[in-house]
Design a protein around this ligand. Structure first.
Ligand code: AMP
Length: 398
């Protein structure tokens, strides 16, 4: 019973018109090719379950940021094509997401057929929380399913308003899986719990650090964030990225960790360079010895060994944020090694947040990690301890 909400298993969908909000916001290149279809594949269990139940399936999603206007660059046509291949049946693409033509296509839909509405964000009503727009979408179905985890932190019409107008409104299998794994890691975890947090800025991860301190046994901070902590302890960090206005906050975090008995770790060595480029000279230095004019761009090999020891007794590991500038070849190792460590660990391993997901794919260990969240911002908000408004509006189990 994820978050005490009903799921697809709790409602009758047999032969019914089922309106499903999916997250098909996939990266598409300039030639219209889908670069990564994980999000499409992740929604297949829900869609296939509905088709087995002879439902009439109406799918809706956004793609990119067309800002309320039709823009062929953001059409869901490539998605419809890829989805038909996976489902082995035709997926009809509606010419828009609302309007007379769409209504007609919905009415004519037969059992076991799939209709994909065109990009919701072609209509300003999606992001403006337009009630009339939401009511029209709601009128297309007899049951509402939310399977768009990546959008659950945004109060947009199709995820926030439609489930108020169309009942029953329940979670799909992807949403259920996301929340179930999150609860296993953060609500009732097997201990010790280790959190590994990296990325560029302490400021953007402050809420996460504060929330995690109350929940985990060990916290490892890597990425550029580490330099604000090292600077806060009074050591020079050369030209490494530092948020000077957060030095006091960094000291507070270390103090709170001590008070709560959370073991707090920083990298102990870094790969440094003189600029963020693959052409820069590099060397590995202990954390106390970052030279003037150089910047830390990845964690070093001793830090990787340290992290291995830190997670060796873990029963649960949560990871968000790269350990270095993993986009560049010379600074990818710390992040890739972290991904591989999680893949080899016998703990429950959960990772998420845009860049982390990308790094795990690039490190080639996606399938060896227990769960990689499909939601960037939504996953981060859960880590911050926030509730997701679009899950709140779904039907309670009780
Ligand atoms: P975030 O979105 O906060 O998770 O940050 C991800 C970004 O942090 C990536 O683009 C990394 O290149 C960047 N990053 C990680 N470590 C460093 C570092 N040591 N110096 C500069 N940028 C970094």
């Amino acid at each position: 019973m994820p978050f005490g909400k009903k799921t697809l298993r709790d409602v009758d969908v047999f032969g019914k018109k089922v309106l499903v909000r999916v997250d098909f916001n996939v990266p598409i290149d300039e030639f219209g090719n889908i670069e990564d279809d994980t999000r499409i594949r992740s929604s297949l269990p829900t869609i296939e379950y509905l088709l087995d139940a002879k439902a009439k399936v109406i799918l809706m999603s956004h793609l990119g940021r067309p800002k309320g206007k039709r823009d062929p660059k953001f059409s869901l046509a490539p998605v419809a094509k890829r989805l038909s291949r996976y489902l082995n049946r035709e997926v009809k693409l509606a010419p828009a997401c609302v309007g007379e033509d769409v209504k007609k296509m919905v009415q004519e839909l037969k059992e076991g057929e799939v209709l994909l509405l065109e990009n919701l964000r072609f209509n300003p009503g999606e992001e403006n929380k337009d009630e009339e727009f939401a009511k029209e979408l709601a009128s297309y179905g007899e049951v509402y399913i939310n399977d768009a985890f990546g959008t659950c932190h945004r109060k947009h019409s199709s995820v926030y308003l439609v489930p108020k107008f169309l009942k029953p409104a329940v979670m799909g299998f992807l949403l259920e899986k996301e929340i179930t794994y999150f609860e296993r890691a953060m609500v009732n975890p097997q201990r010790p719990v280790v959190a590994i947090i990296g990325g560029a800025k302490v400021s953007s991860k402050l809420g996460i650090l504060k929330n995690l301190l109350r929940r985990v046994d060990k916290l490892f901070v890597g990425g550029a964030m580490a330099f604000t902590f090292i600077k806060a302890m009074g050591y020079p960090v050369g030209n490494s990225l530092v948020e000077h206005e957060l030095l006091e906050t960094a000291r507070d975090i270390i103090d709170v960790a001590k008070k709560l008995g959370v073991k707090f770790y920083l990298p102990v060595d870094f790969v440094v360079g003189t600029e963020i480029s693959d052409q820069t000279p590099t060397k590995v230095v202990p954390w106390q010895e970052i030279p003037e004019g150089w910047m830390g761009l990845d964690i070093g090999p001793v830090s990787v060994s340290l992290l291995k020891e830190v997670i060796s007794d873990a029963q649960t590991i949560i990871w968000n944020g790269p350990m270095g500038v993993f986009e560049l070849d010379r600074f990818k190792d710390g992040t890739y090694e972290t991904a591989k460590m999680l893949a080899q660990s016998s703990a429950l391993t959960i990772a998420g947040g845009g860049d982390t997901d990308h790094a795990i794919h690039k490190a080639g260990v996606y399938n060896a990690i227990d769960f990689v969240s499909t939601g960037g911002g939504a996953f981060l908000e859960l880590l911050e301890g926030k509730t997701l408004p679009c899950i709140e509006v779904l039907d309670d189990k009780a």
